[in-house]
Ligand binder design. Structure first.
Ligand SMILES: Cc1cc2nc3c(=O)[nH]c(=O)nc-3n(C[C@H](O)[C@H](O)[C@H](O)COP(=O)(O)OP(=O)(O)OC[C@H]3O[C@@H](n4cnc5c(N)ncnc54)[C@H](O)[C@@H]3O)c2cc1C
Length: 360
């Protein structure tokens, strides 16, 4: 079973082995990609430090594709900051047609008959990871062939992903479903046969794109299942603090051991039940969070809502949309393109153009 690193040094070592040229050639294949997303989502490392590490070893043209893909993450994070909870419903237009809001049972049980999907779903359950192309194919199958509204399936995927990120997840599902893009993304067996070793013929998606776009919901996707996604909280450490020291607060998207590491402080990783009730994660994800948290010297993991705690007057945390209700000093999440105006952009392309302009 694939395991993901939790120590910052292991992560940086892994990043130091990324070959950006090879990445550009192989990213769309199911054995391509760097698999660093859990580290970025959990804040073990930041986007600019990864970008700078890659640029220190590659020419800008070799690094272009990698930086381009990293920028998608920055774009979705910025959109979340500006649009807030609006990213959790259809952002640009309503999804159409929709026959159900419930996930097809065949997907939940990894029994779609398409080996690439069923293997990817088993992989998700076993490792907490799924390749980008597999996510696109699967979301396309569920939303556009199965005519399922994207929200419940997105919650299911998020629950299992070690890199589960509300913005990248919701907005990518919406990009596939056409509520945040001009065109729906439809998966075809011929495309899977090109990018995955699991080649097949005669499956429910072994048709041309024209047929797939107009197809009625395949019988295999018609049966629906109810999701029961619950968060099992870990035991909480004692939340009391030494009032003589400042308090540094971490959250599930910021578990960075290098952050203010020279300060003598109370260090608390705060897991808020109210957040996890809205966005539940699996026991495997919780375990990953705890293992990352244990890397922070002296940190205690407290399971409580911010408003129920007395953390003293001197509280500092890393600003993030999930903790906009926290009070204290919010540091600013490091950005790759801090000079690009902070506003909502109509498309990734318009954001990327601005990023390229400021990098010249
Ligand atoms: C339906 C769907 C759901 C998704 N849900 C999430 C999610 O919950 N969390 C998440 O981090 N990503 C999500 N993504 C984006 C993308 O699939 C993952 O970031 C990527 O697969 C992570 O693998 P990697 O680290 O090997 O990526 P690489 O290709 O090696 O890219 C390097 C890094 O760039 C960023 N990145 C690359 N592509 C994207 C992208 N399209 N959108 C945003 N960031 C990107 C990631 O931080 C990634 O780790 C989703 C995509 C789809 C289609």
């Amino acid at each position: 079973m694939e395991s993901f690193a939790v120590s910052r040094q292991d992560v940086l070592d892994q990043v130091s082995r990324i070959n950006a040229g090879r990445y550009a050639r192989t990213r769309n294949f199911t054995d391509g990609g760097t698999r660093i997303s859990p580290y970025l989502t959990r804040g073990l490392v930041t986007l600019p430090e990864i970008r700078d590490q890659i640029l220190a070893r590659h020419t800008p043209s070799q690094a272009y594709k990698f930086v381009f893909e990293l920028t998608w993450r920055e774009y979705w994070q910025r959109e979340w900051t500006f649009l807030g909870d609006r990213i959790f419903s259809d952002v640009k237009r309503e999804q159409h047609p929709v026959s159900s809001r419930r996930i097809p049972r065949a997907v939940l049980d990894a029994e779609t008959g398409v080996d690439a999907f069923d293997t990817a779903i088993h992989g998700l359950y076993d490792t907490g990871y799924m390749h980008n192309h597999e996510r696109m194919w699967l979301a396309g199958l569920i939303c556009n062939l199965g005519r399922t509204h994207w929200w419940e399936p997105a919650r299911w995927l998020y629950y299992h992903l070690l890199d589960g990120d509300p913005a990248s997840n919701s907005l990518s599902w919406q990009w596939v479903a056409g509520t945040n893009s001009h065109k729906k993304y439809v998966p075809a067996q011929q495309n899977i046969n090109k990018y995955s070793p699991l080649r097949q013929h005669g499956t429910i998606i072994d048709h041309g794109y024209g047929v797939l776009a107009e197809m009625a919901v395949p019988d295999l996707l018609a049966e629906r299942a109810d999701l029961d996604l619950q968060w099992s909280p870990p035991p909480s450490d004692d939340p009391s603090i030494d009032p003589a020291k400042p308090t540094l607060l971490y959250h599930s998207f910021w578990l960075n051991t290098a952050w203010r590491d020279n300060v003598d402080a109370n260090r608390i990783v705060l897991l808020e039940p109210s957040w996890f009730a809205r966005f539940p994660v699996s026991p495997m994800v919780t375990d990953y969070l705890l293992r990352c948290a244990r890397e922070i010297p002296g940190a205690r993991v407290v399971v409580a809502d911010f408003d129920d705690l007395d953390l003293g007057q001197d509280v500092t945390f890393m600003g993030h949309p999930s903790v906009s209700h926290w009070r204290g000093t919010a540091d600013e999440m490091p950005l790759m393109f801090p000079d690009v105006p902070k506003k909502s952009y109509a498309s990734f392309t318009s954001f990327w153009k601005q990023c390229e302009k400021t990098s010249r």
